[in-house]
Design a protein around this ligand. Structure first.
Ligand code: NAD
Length: 392
């Protein structure tokens, strides 16, 4: 029998379950690239419920306990005496969401000799030390596509929020003012601007598609060039690297995974090479940008705005400078955890567990690491620094 440790974010401060705003969520039939939605044998939750917090348990308890497995759910993940550290010692499976990541470091892996599967409920497995997982033979998997569109919608929202100066205008309205001049002094139309994405994978492409009707000039860079058809359809300008793209745009939206090639990519120099008054939106991972260089660029006016929902570490300290830096439109890490997304990644988590517990292969597109090497989506989108033999 397996022991599954599941690290989830805390329940709402006003109690669980919350009073839901709507009675249902739309039923989707598939993902945009034809990939099928998660296919678990069954689910024990109603789509649209809060599943990602501790009491939601990703809807897994009845299924796992009926099969005799042990499920431990906690939000206590940091510090030397955390419940996570205690429970990980004899765990077979660790489940974690990027919004409240259980950082699976090499040290933690060394203290978890039975650990065989690190499952990301969502997308983005950089909270796992990929090299250490490869060396320890741990399979790393995530629910590819489950929240890609959720994130793309959030990125488009934050681009518009920054360029149109939405948050300050909203604050004037809320506070009883009618300060038109104050509100519009930093407001522009997106129309006609050069907008670029760093990485045109599932999220990056969805952002490009959603922005095309805004009559902007679209740019992208990626390790894998898109087909000439897609480039022509969306009117895309391809750049061989981030340096070339950064110089050519007014707005950059970052959608690459965090791995050795992208860590600290937007440093002082790259930000300094951008047009004065550029905007950066980062819903990918915080460590793709230099934290303090972003703050300095906002203070100097080199950047007109920075938005996103990813921080490091998570949760960030109360005095993290991104909470108070000028012209930011930050949210906590929420874009990929809408109630709509939760239904998909909870079902995907169940699908992966059903397969893994039955000894069946996990869908290739869900794999990041398997058999001691990068595999599936991991082989296409990540790099590792040791034993990195990409799967064929
Ligand atoms: P994906 O695998 O479909 O796309 C990733 C793309 O990045 C691929 O096209 C790959 O070729 C490209 N890439 C990798 N390294 C690159 C490099 N050095 N330069 C240029 N391109 C590079 O993944 P996705 O679903 O689009 O997700 C992308 C990332 O977004 C995830 O890895 C995760 O970090 C982040 N994410 C965030 C949230 C959130 O809630 N904020 C949710 C989901 C995913």
């Amino acid at each position: 029998m397996a022991k599954i440790v599941c690290v989830l974010y805390p329940d709402p401060v006003n109690g669980f379950p919350p009073r839901y705003a709507r009675d249902s969520i739309p039923v989707l039939t598939g993902y945009p690239n034809g990939q099928t939605l998660p296919t678990p044998a069954d689910i024990d939750f109603t789509p649209g419920e809060l599943l990602g917090s501790v009491s939601g348990e990703l809807g897994l308890r009845a299924f796992l306990e009926a099969r005799g497995h042990t499920l431990v759910v906690t939000s206590d993940k940091d510090g030397p005496d955390s419940v996570l550290d205690r429970e990980l010692q004899d765990a077979d499976v660790l489940i974690s969401q990027p919004f409240w990541p259980a950082y699976l470091s090499a040290e933690r892996i060394a203290k978890a000799p039975q650990l065989k599967l690190a499952l990301t409920a969502g997308i983005g497995s950089d909270h796992v030390d990929i090299d250490a997982a490869i060396a320890a033979g741990i399979t790393v998997a995530e629910e590819t596509y489950s929240n890609s569109i959720s994130v793309a919608e959030h990125a488009v929202m934050q681009i518009l929020a920054l360029v149109r100066n939405f948050l300050p205008a909203h604050r004037w309205a809320e506070q009883g003012g009618w300060n038109i001049a104050d509100s519009v002094s930093r407001a522009y139309d997106l129309e006609g601007m050069d907008v670029g994405v760093i990485a045109a994978g599932r999220i990056g492409q969805a952002v490009l598609r959603r922005l095309a009707p805004f009559a902007v000039k679209l740019h992208y860079t990626d390790k894998h060039r898109l087909s000439a058809d897609v480039e022509a359809e969306l009117g895309l300008t391809f750049h061989p690297d981030a340096q070339s793209l950064a110089r050519a745009v007014d707005v950059v939206s970052i959608h690459a995974p965090l791995h050795p090639e992208t860590r600290n990519l937007f440093d002082e120099e790259l930000i300094g090479s951008m047009r004065r008054g550029s905007y950066i939106i980062n819903t990918a991972r915080a460590q793709i940008v230099d934290r303090d260089a972003i703050v300095r660029a906002l203070e100097s006016g080199q950047l007109a705005g920075y938005a996103g929902d990813v921080w490091y570490p998570q949760p960030p300290a109360p005095d993290h400078p991104w909470r108070t830096m000028p012209n930011n439109a930050m949210t906590p890490h929420v874009s990929g955890s809408t109630l709509s997304a939760q239904a998909r990644y909870a079902a995907g988590t169940r699908e992966i567990l059903e397969d893994w517990l039955d000894g069946k292969p996990i869908r290739d597109e869900y794999l990041i690491v398997d058999g001691g090497r990068l595999a599936g989506t991991g082989a296409a989108s990540y790099t590792a620094t040791v034993n990195a033999t990409p799967a064929a």
